[in-house]
Design a binder for this molecule. Structure first.
Ligand code: UT7
Length: 331
């Protein structure tokens, strides 16, 4: 009997309508289109402007698109995982609200937080539930409203991040398709380089934390860049090596979209041609947990059954890794 694997069988996505261009950012902070484009590859990002809407709104929209594309009855879903760094609230799982709103009334639901690696780690979690045979339909959503924790007076962070969401469905596969291997790592020494200081148990919200602007994301960009370049490339190279994948075997690199230069370093290390590198950083920026599923959604029409995909991500914590997955369907 062949082994049960966990395959992605459907994809959905959502980005808000409002477009924050480099030109608009020039009016907010001391920056310019040329600097942002050459240093990051970003031209514009989407922002959820409407008051009273959080990350759940983005997640629900992405999930609903998947359900309608797939003509899937939400009652069949066993588990909903929302990978996010910006939950609606600190307490009360965003995923529980999302599951109820989309009609997944037979599912249990929880959030998974590993900064920019949330979705990558979520792929491992979702696949394990399927491979174990315990559940048959796991909906994994990557969603972030990064604009809710960005300081639009800080030019080192506000130029990078945007809002968005993507959703994938994991189901059992008996043809050997789906997740093949993973290499996931973390290093807590990294938490001082990329973080939001206040609002958690270590430094609860106070008048002082608000005054000190500690409820916004802070990053030591240069250090994060160095760690990201090395670790993302290393992880992807390791996955190729231990699965005997040459650069010609890899059909697609699916890299976290934080900085085009980090993506280029990873693809160069793998020896993978630019034409095989999924990229949408220019129009969405870094959407944290949403980058990987947004790429799958944008490139879905070009993917073929049996294609070898190598995912790679790096994020706060630090957290990082790479996943090798065989695509399971033709669009
Ligand atoms: O998702 C995972 C988390 N994040 C990342 O992976 C981000 C990793 N880091 C990066 O992508 C890059 O470090 C940044 C894009 C954040 C910054 O690029 P950089 O090439 O590392 O620039 P830098 O920090 O070394 O700054 C170079 C210069 C500085 O000026 P001086 O000191 O050379 O005069 C900065 O003050 O560029 C200046 N600068 C800017 N200039 C115009 C910094 N931010 C800006 C800006 N516009 N927005």
């Amino acid at each position: 009997m062949s082994k049960k694997t966990a395959a992605i069988t459907a994809v959905g996505s959502y980005v808000p309508d409002y477009i924050l261009t480099n030109e608009i950012l020039e009016t907010l902070v001391d920056t310019n289109d040329e600097w942002i484009t050459t240093r990051t590859g970003i031209k514009e990002r989407r922002i959820l402007k409407e008051e009273g809407l959080g990350t759940s709104y983005l997640a629900i929209k992405a999930a609903e698109q998947l359900l309608s594309k797939q003509n899937l009855d939400p009652k069949e879903i066993d588990l909903v995982i929302v990978a996010t760094a910006t939950p609606d609230m600190m307490v009360a799982a965003t995923a529980a609200y999302v599951a109820t709103e989309i009609g997944a009334v037979n599912a249990f639901a929880y959030d998974l937080h590993a900064a920019c690696s949330s979705f990558l780690y979520g792929m491992s979690t979702a696949s394990s539930y399927i491979e174990s045979g315990r559940y048959k339909k796991v909906l994994l959503i990557g969603a972030d409203k990064m604009s809710s924790i960005i300081d639009y007076t800080d030019r080192t962070t506000c130029i990078i991040f945007g809002d968005g969401a993507g959703a994938v469905l994991f189901e059992p596969n008996m043809e050997g398709l789906g997740l093949q291997d993973e290499y996931l790592r973390s290093d807590g020494q990294g938490r001082n380089f990329l973080k939001m200081d206040a609002g958690g148990s270590l430094l609860p919200a106070s008048e002082e934390t608000v005054k000190n602007r500690q409820h916004y994301i802070y990053q030591d960009g240069k250090s994060v860049f160095k760690f990201a370049v090395t670790n993302m490339a290393d992880a992807a190279a390791k996955i190729m090596e231990r699965n005997d994948l040459s650069h010609t075997d890899v059909n697609w690199l699916v890299p976290h979209q934080a900085n085009k230069r980090i993506i280029d370093a990873t693809s160069n290390r793998m020896g993978v041609d630019d034409s095989k590198v999924m990229m949408n950083i220019q129009k969405y920026g870094n959407t944290t947990s949403a980058t990987l599923p947004l790429l799958l959604s944008d490139y879905e029409n070009q993917l073929k059954k049996g294609d070898n995909l190598v995912f790679a991500a790096f994020g706060g914590g630090f957290t990082w890794g790479s996943i090798y997955l065989k695509w399971a369907y033709n669009s």
